[in-house]
Design a protein around this ligand. Sequence first.
Ligand code: ATP
Length: 249
Amino acid sequence: MSKIEIKNFNSYYGDFKAIKNVNMNIEENEITAFIGPSGCGKSTLLRAINRMNDLVEGYRKEGEIFLDNKEIWKDIDQYALRKRVGMVFQKPNPFPMSIYDNIAYGPRTHGMKKGKELDEVVERSLKNAAIWDEVKDDLKKNAIQVSGGQQQRICIARALAVDPEVILLDEPTSALDPISTSKIEDLLFELKKKYTIVIVTHNMQQATRISDKTGFFLLGDLVEYKKTDDLFSNPEDERTERYITGRFG
Ligand SMILES: Nc1ncnc2c1ncn2[C@@H]1O[C@H](COP(=O)(O)OP(=O)(O)OP(=O)(O)O)[C@@H](O)[C@H]1O
């Protein structure tokens, strides 16, 4: 059984069809990359996996997405879903509060009150996001006052703090320098041992470096989806080949 199963999935913004009958299975403890030119629907599909599009005006969907065999609109409460499926965005978006409070925010909203318990969650989450050593003496510092790369790892720590099962990342390194990018790639590689990771990236080298499977999207279609090495070394569809060899997009 796959961790996530996307079945006959369509998405519309008003009359515009952004996702066209996508079917794909996403495996546990793997990194799955979504690639494709701008506007092809990668973020729309990613955001569907934790129902983040539901409130967008004019948005509607058809089809189903299953998490551990449970349909996310029918069988799972949306708050429970958001706890199980965390999200990290392109632009680091820490809350304008201390590093500690950023990480404690989620656990507190889920009812964790005790100082010691919270301290442990904060430390563990920052360690798992490979940022603890850099901030452990500055936990009271405002999270918006550290570097962009550090902010992004704080956002990953914040996502980890509620103990999710899946982490969705929408171009998490596109605003970062190469050193921060490489730290986050190493981190994702570590995290996949425990989590299921789905990442949208414009950077094909990044997809080849870190992902197990890659899906290539074009104009809302999932054109090709398979093991990353196979997709890049042996694309079956001519459109995939043209894209990965830089002939369009
Ligand atoms: N809120 C919205 N209202 C109307 N149309 C939208 C909205 N969000 C996205 N779209 C349209 O849906 C299509 C898919 O957008 P989406 O952001 O999913 O693509 P993407 O592949 O992630 O693009 P990018 O790589 O540029 O982030 C685009 O044509 C976009 O203009």
